[in-house]
Design a protein around this ligand. Structure first.
Ligand SMILES: [Zn+2]
Length: 145
């Protein structure tokens, strides 16, 4: 995902698929869909750089992208709180870029972290709160193709 669009989507809670606002539900929740999680559920305090998504857009993505379906999880979050950034951390002494954790492209750094000034930010990161897991089969079944 494009870095500027990611920040706009995260700051304004825009759908990662269609780019429109995900505000407007009567319960004021936002849906978050994450791929490649091996079924690990989204829990309270979860940090993510993946913007929210509409139910219909999530169902469409799951139908059209078989790779996303494999191990994907979703949850309704009551609110998403700004937490920090994801980026490339540099060694304060050598200024060399430090590798992210195994299997990760970017390192998550909290706003209050001392590492923040040594990080080139690529994504905004929020923490998700009051999460309710979503059954993806039911989600896809509930939205007409
Ligand atoms: Zn959408």
């Amino acid at each position: 995902m494009h870095a500027l669009r990611q920040r706009q989507a995260m700051n304004h809670m825009l759908c990662q698929v269609c780019g429109r606002s995900t505000f407007g539900r009567s319960d004021e929740r936002h849906l978050f869909l994450m791929g490649e999680r091996k079924g690990r559920p989204i829990t309270d305090g979860e940090k993510t750089a993946v913007p929210p998504v509409h139910e219909a857009c999530a169902a469409e993505s799951l139908r059209d992208c078989p790779h996303l379906r494999h191990g994907a999880v979703a949850a309704w979050a009551q609110y998403a709180q700004p937490w920090g950034i994801a980026g490339i951390v540099h060694d304060p002494q050598s200024l060399a870029p430090l590798p992210a954790a195994e299997g990760e492209e970017l390192t998550f750094v909290a706003y209050e972290s001392d590492l923040l000034r040594w990080t080139i930010a690529m994504r905004d990161v929020v923490s998700l709160h009051r999460c309710t897991p979503v059954d993806l089969d039911k989600l896809v079944a509930a939205v007409p193709a």
